[in-house]
Write a protein that binds this ligand. Structure first.
Ligand SMILES: Nc1ncnc2c1ncn2[C@@H]1O[C@H](COP(=O)(O)OP(=O)(O)OP(=O)(O)O)[C@@H](O)[C@H]1O
Ligand SMILES: [Mg+2]
Length: 238
């Protein structure tokens, strides 16, 4: 068996003395994809931040391509090939779309032409400032900017949150194309459980910071009783 791309073993993490995640263990293979589901406040963003090195890790190990990165600061993880789209988007509002895209770009499969091809709306607005974009366009820009760093692993924290249904469809289609075309791995936190499961190979469901379900995404998508039990409220809320 080749080494996994990313491996979390028995992770306990949180903020200061406060523990949010407990006993979190999973492997992600090269080019693998993982959906992270669960209700509000269960620790999904904390898991993403923990992989990026932005929480306090009290126990356990994070291993990237065979190397223990548990104590690495965020910039070393980014340099190693872990890219991140924050739940808060965090695009540069006083830079143009194109400047946002090129500011952190690195050589690879994704470049300006290919991200403009993926998001034609960004090509149309290439000279607009970040703060002149709609919410959906800002989200497209946040994803496109992360792609431009050509990460081996892309972490997406609720990319469809707060968007109108028609924009959700447009963005989900782009994410589907992106994940179908790119060789990179990704982890997708999403409230739209059905979309997340249809885009990924495997899934974990969190409840109060612990993994309460893990398995193939297709299996959970087909198991209506388990979907209902694990994330039923989530679907009803959506
Ligand atoms: N910066 C922080 N400092 C202290 N506690 C935090 C911080 N960020 C989150 N928390 C706490 O950690 C817990 C998990 O929050 P987290 O944001 O990871 O949940 P989530 O599953 O991403 O929720 P949502 O679906 O609303 O995005 C919550 O109790 C939250 O209050
Ligand atoms: Mg969150």
């Amino acid at each position: 068996m080749p080494d996994p791309l990313l491996s979390l073993a028995d992770i306990r993490a949180g903020y200061g003395a406060g523990i949010v995640l407990e006993d979190v263990t999973f492997d992600l293979p090269e080019s693998g994809s993982l959906a992270v589901l669960g209700r509000n406040g269960v620790g999904k963003s904390t898991l993403i931040l923990t992989i990026m090195g932005m929480t306090h890790i009290g126990r356990g190990r994070i291993v990237w391509r065979g190397e223990d990165i548990t104590a690495y600061p965020p910039h070393r993880r980014a340099r190693a090939g872990i890219g991140w789209v924050a739940q808060e988007r965090e695009i540069f509002s006083n830079l143009t779309v194109e400047e946002n895209l090129t500011v952190a770009s690195r050589q690879g499969r994704w470049d300006l032409p290919s991200v403009y091809d993926l998001f034609p709306r960004l090509a149309e607005r290439r000279r607009h400032l970040g703060n002149q974009l709609s919410g959906g366009e800002q989200q497209m820009l946040a994803i496109a900017r992360a792609l431009m760093t050509n990460p081996a692993l892309l972490l997406l924290d609720e990319p469809l949150e707060g968007l109108a249904p028609i924009v959700v469809e447009e963005l989900a289609a782009a994410v589907r194309r992106m994940t179908g075309e790119a060789a990179g791995a990704f982890i997708l936190v999403e409230q739209h459980a059905d979309i997340a499961l249809s885009l990924t190979q495997s899934v974990i469901v969190l409840e109060r910071g612990r993994i309460v379900h893990s398995g193939p995404s297709a299996g959970l998508l087909a198991d209506h009783a388990a979907m209902d039990r694990l994330i039923g409220l989530r679907l009803a809320e959506a």
